[in-house]
Design a protein around this ligand. Structure first.
Ligand SMILES: NC(=O)C1=CN([C@@H]2O[C@H](COP(=O)(O)OP(=O)(O)OC[C@H]3O[C@@H](n4cnc5c(N)ncnc54)[C@H](OP(=O)(O)O)[C@@H]3O)[C@@H](O)[C@H]2O)C=CC1
Ligand SMILES: O=C(O)C1=N[C@H](C(=O)O)C[C@H](O)C1
Length: 253
């Protein structure tokens, strides 16, 4: 299988290149915003040129690329694994539109552990009444991270909202500051911390007047995301056009 990597110079891109090779794939090269000389892998001028030479493109770049990459991938007709976070509603609509023509796995987190937490989060949302259990999500990441709250935190919030039969957009309270008033019943709260080189930590808290339940996931090595994304690439390349998640790849959907 021929894999191309969008964002090959990045923290994730470098590990994706290692993991693609370790999994026996043919790493055809990558693209970056401003790649240095002597990277040791072929660099393509843009995603369309790379996709033309690949069977599947793994994309961990920046949200600003999402709409252009979606259009280029749909036109090329190749499979696409998207790990970029911080996508707007319009960006996500563009990814979904591309998935009408090509198979796409789009996931905010490719670790198996987080995807199990997402399944549990939906179940807890469905089971624990919103009137009694306040849902709050805390995440911490490295100082270089550019989007907040993290894609994983948003996915956790969406899972809880789905379990409660509401839309996250209608109940999200993010980054409280100043005279906020009392907490709204049924709100799902978010707090984002940034510092040092934290790979990724997420806690989902359900707090009632008499008990707290906390689900915590800690990633110690971002290789867990890279191995998951390469696994998704091997899986998606033989799937029909559709928008898939990592839960589909893991057989948890
Ligand atoms: N879904 C998941 O499991 C995970 C998702 N992520 C997400 O992946 C993304 C990348 O993270 P990370 O590797 O830490 O970030 P980095 O900043 O380390 O790397 C970003 C990469 O994207 C490239 N890039 C940026 N803008 C463009 C552009 N316009 N066109 C082409 N390439 C571009 C950069 O190129 P250059 O070096 O030239 O600037 C670089 O190669 C983030 O959105 C992050 O949240 C991260 C970890 C896990
Ligand atoms: O930017 C990161 O590093 C990470 N981003 C993803 C997210 O936004 O959830 C996944 C992981 O937490 C690391």
């Amino acid at each position: 299988m021929r894999i191309g990597i969008a964002g090959i110079t990045g923290r994730m891109g470098q590990l994706l290149a290692e993991e693609a090779r370790a999994a026996g794939a043919d790493l055809i090269g990558g693209i970056a915003l401003d790649a240095p000389e002597g990277l040791g892998v072929p660099l393509f001028p843009d995603i369309a040129a790379m996709a033309a030479a690949a069977d599947v493109v793994i994309d961990f770049t920046h949200a600003s690329t999402a709409q252009a990459h979606a259009a280029a991938m749909a036109a090329c007709g190749k499979a696409w694994v998207v790990g970029t976070t911080g996508l707007s509603a319009a960006d996500e609509a563009a990814v979904a539109a591309a998935a009408a023509r090509i198979p796409v796995v789009y996931a905010s987190n490719f670790s198996a552990g987080v995807n199990l937490v997402l399944a549990l989060a939906e179940r807890m949302g469905a089971t624990l009444p919103a009137e009694t259990y306040d849902a709050e999500i805390i995440e911490m990441h490295h100082r270089q991270k550019v989007d907040a709250p993290s894609g994983t935190a948003v996915a956790m919030g969406r899972a809880v909202a789905k379990g409660r039969g509401v839309l996250l957009d209608d109940v999200m309270e993010s980054g409280r500051h100043g005279h906020t008033g009392a907490r709204r019943t049924g709100a799902i709260g978010f707090a984002a911390l940034r510092g040092g080189q934290v790979v990724g930590e997420h806690s989902l808290i359900f707090a009632s007047g008499t008990e707290h339940i906390v689900l915590t996931h800690r990633a110690f090595d971002r290789r867990t995301f890279a191995t998951g994304a390469v696994r998704a690439a091997h899986w998606v390349v033989s799937q029909p056009p559709r928008l898939y998640t990592m839960m589909d790849v893991l057989g948890m959907a």
